[in-house]
Ligand binder design. Structure first.
Ligand code: SF4
Length: 62
C-alpha cells in the first residue's frame, strides 16, 4: 500500500505524524511519507492518519 500527501492541500497540522510517526513526518511544515510502500505493520495506523487528516490531503493505493 502506497500513501501520498497532496502538498498543496496539506496545512501542516501534524495530525498524521502524531498518529503514525513511522510513516509520516513533518518537513518544513508539510507532511512527507517516509516509507513507500508502507509495511503491513503500519497500514492500519497510516489509514487512521488518512482518515484523521482535516483537509483530506492523504490518499493511498494498493
Ligand atoms: S494531517 Fe493532513 S493537513 Fe495535517 S499535516 Fe498531515 S497531511 Fe498535512
Amino acid at each position: 500500500m502506497k500513501f501520498t500527501v497532496d502538498q498543496n492541500a496539506c496545512i501542516g497540522c501534524g495530525v498524521c505524524e502524531a498518529e503514525c510517526p513511522e510513516v509520516f513526518e513533518m518537513i518544513e511544515d508539510k507532511a512527507q511519507v517516509k516509507v513507500n510502500p508502507v509495511p503491513d505493520s503500519s497500514k492500519s495506523s497510516a489509514l487512521g492518519a488518512e482518515e484523521s487528516c482535516p483537509v483530506g490531503a492523504i490518499s493511498h493505493e494498493e
